[in-house]
Design a protein around this ligand. Structure first.
Ligand SMILES: NC(=O)c1ccc[n+]([C@@H]2O[C@H](COP(=O)([O-])OP(=O)(O)OC[C@H]3O[C@@H](n4cnc5c(N)ncnc54)[C@H](O)[C@@H]3O)[C@@H](O)[C@H]2O)c1
Ligand SMILES: O=C(O)[C@H](O)COP(=O)(O)O
Length: 596
């Protein structure tokens, strides 16, 4: 009999610990049994009190009612606006999700202060430059945004600013209200026939281009990552940066703020522009060097600027840029229409609720974005991947020694047609979580593996046949470790488990060199025995005596009457005594109990 099974069953030390950091249910607690002889092993029984089990969502900036209503159906919603950074850090430890707009800095300190409870940050809008994505990823916190609902609003605001600037609407309005009537002073310029350069030809940029063409402007665009055919389809030519600068009568900015786009317009670029150029910015203040813009306005290179966004928001009252007479400003209103705010609120509420339910988010910013239909197709394989990881690591003696893992995907689909990032993340989750207190998810899987020195190599086996199913089987191999169940070692000396999805249900189909077939639900007992009549009955009746329900049994053998491996799926965890009794059945040579 294997000593491993017995050693997992020593008298445990009892410890009560809150699960709040790993479990979104605030009412859940765990009783954990630590095995004194094998401290790395820990059993957890989760119990829920009668307290409310809804997750808590902190809404830190104004969100549309429709979004709040959606959130309230699923969560406790705490709307707390204008929090100081300290107040945010204090509150966040009690929250599972946080929703912000552009006015809240979600920095590393926020993630640190959450002590692991914060699972989702929802940015109710597009720009995520106010969220520290690396910190979020490190802490396993998913960041989702609402990338589409305010596109048109932002584009319309860009067009509104351009027209208002060209015709001095804001200045003339202020002048009349100050009792003046200055018709000669506010002669404007026409838009028709002028060249508009759109910098950043994404969602907002292309909508601006469409509208500007309707106004009779000649529109060209610069975007190193945009597809030329998409631009051509709406009659826009993509040009290089230098050409864009030199040709523009108007420049409208629509790129995200990143380290590459920070201060993209600066002293050097302003001198390359046509004298009298006009600039519109509804993207982010930081893409312009604001001091350089003031110089360019003073020197007349830039005739006018219309700005919705600023490096620091709100800008200081005495900001030279804001006060400049040739500058028209609005207080970051691009997304602020009734329609856009309603849409954004619903888009972000759905994304946050979905993420809290554990669904894979389509608008994830710091996790692989996988199209919805691919997610649906891969769902059972995602479960299979995690369970194979969990089984493989539990088969290793001393899990922390697991450093080198190979994953094999067998499929008749070409690699281009099979996205395995999700599967890899779930295998990592399965490999790490049973042997550590780290919470692993799609967001932090690769990061966590790297931190622990766990190398994951992936290989594909291209099968013949029609690629109806995404995958035929997945194998997880762990190299350079001993196994507590010697039969799990394959001919090549590695722990090997293989699984398939059958009728939508993940199955374990191979352990080492033994073929088995057991659905991956509940837990599993693996026994190696001499193949002889009555073994299934013997083990089954030991389990039955203790009312442990057997969900599945399967035997794989080398040859009749030789060695066989029996895989038994059980719904309940058998007691120590029951496992001992199984080990004492004379024909059983080794066995192991594995939690899924
Ligand atoms: N003022 C507002 O209220 C408001 C509202 C919505 C969006 N925005 C901002 O507008 C910007 C664009 O939003 P979007 O939804 O169109 O995003 P998007 O991701 O659809 O488009 C951004 C585009 O910028 C391009 N880009 C990246 N680097 C570039 C570079 N160096 N030069 C030129 N182009 C570059 C990308 O390739 C992409 O096509 C974001 O910064 C967003 O935060 C502001
Ligand atoms: O990036 C965005 O979506 C816009 O800048 C809107 O920001 P807001 O939600 O703060 O209005």
């Amino acid at each position: 009999m294997s000593t491993s099974a017995a050693s997992t069953l020593r008298t445990p030390s009892l410890k009560l610990s809150s699960l709040s950091s790993r479990n979104p249910l605030p009412s859940a607690f765990s009783v954990s049994f630590n095995d004194k002889r094998a401290p790395s092993r820990r059993y957890v029984i989760v119990a829920c009190t009668g307290l409310p089990s809804k997750p808590t969502v902190l809404v830190a900036e104004k969100l549309g009612e429709a979004g709040l209503d959606l959130l309230k159906e699923f969560a406790n919603v705490d709307c707390a606006y204008n929090l100081s950074p300290e107040e945010l850090c204090t509150k966040i430890s009690l929250c599972d999700a946080l929703i912000v707009r552009s006015g809240t800095k979600v920095n590393r300190q926020v993630f640190e202060s959450s002590s692991g409870r914060l699972k989702v940050v929802g940015r109710a809008g597009v720009g995520i430059d106010n969220v520290d994505l690396s910190a979020a990823t490190e802490f396993g916190c998913l960041v989702v945004n609402a990338p589409t609902a305010n596109t048109v609003a932002a584009a319309e605001h860009g067009i509104a600013l351009m027209a208002a600037m060209a015709r001095n609407v804001a200045q003339a309005d202020a002048s009349i209200k100050a009792g003046k009537w200055q018709r000669n002073k506010y002669v404007g310029v026409s838009l028709v026939g002028k060249t508009l350069v759109v910098l950043g030809f994404g969602k907002v940029g292309s909508e601006v281009a469409r509208r500007a063409k309707g106004l009779g402007m000649h529109v060209i665009a610069h975007d190193p990552y945009a597809a030329a055919d998409r631009a051509r389809a709406i009659g826009v030519e993509l040009v290089g940066f230098e050409e864009a600068l030199a040709t523009a009568d108007f420049i409208s900015l629509h790129m995200p703020l990143t380290s590459a786009t920070s201060k993209m317009l600066n002293d050097e670029t302003f001198v390359k522009m046509k004298k009298g150029v006009r600039i519109i910015n509804v993207a982010r203040g930081g893409v312009i060097d604001e001091e350089a813009l003031v110089r360019a306005l003073d020197s007349g290179i830039v005739a006018q600027a219309a700005l919705d966004v600023f490096t620091v928001e709100p800008p200081s009252k005495d900001s030279k840029l804001v006060q400049h007479e040739n500058v028209t400003v609005t207080p970051h209103l691009g997304a602020s229409t009734m329609e856009a705010q309603e849409g954004v609120a619903i888009e972000i509420a759905e994304a946050v609720v979905g993420a809290l339910k554990g669904e894979l988010a389509a608008t994830a910013v710091n996790a692989p974005m996988v199209p919805a239909e691919v997610l649906t197709e891969l769902k059972p394989y995602v479960v299979l991947a995690e369970k194979l990881g969990r089984l493989a690591v539990q088969l290793a003696t001393g899990g922390s020694g697991v450093k080198s893992v190979k994953v094999t995907y067998a499929s008749s689909r070409t690699p281009d047609d099979l996205d395995t990032r999700l599967l890899r993340a779930m295998i990592i989750k399965g490999l790490i979580e049973p042997i550590s207190s780290v919470f692993v998810n799609l967001v932090n899987a690769d990061y966590t593996a790297k931190q622990r020195g766990l190398r994951i190599a992936e290989e594909r086996i291209l099968l013949d046949g029609s690629p109806e199913n995404p995958l035929e089987f997945i194998q997880v191999h762990i190299a350079n470790v001993e196994s507590k169940f010697a039969s799990a070692i394959s001919d090549s000396g590695e722990i090997k488990v293989e699984g398939q999805v059958k009728d939508g249900v993940p199955h374990l189909t191979k352990v080492g060199s033994f073929e088995v077939d057991v659905s991956l639900e509940g837990s599993i007992i693996l026994c190696r025995q001499v193949d002889q009549p009555g073994m299934i009955g013997k083990v089954g009746s030991v389990l039955g005596e203790e009312n442990v329900n057997v969900s599945f049994m399967s035997v794989g053998r080398i040859a009749p009457r030789k060695q066989a491996v029996m895989a038994i799926g059980v719904d309940e965890q058998p007691s120590r005594e029951t496992l001992k009794k199984i080990g004492n059945i004379p024909a059983i040579e080794e066995f192991v109990f594995l939690k899924l």
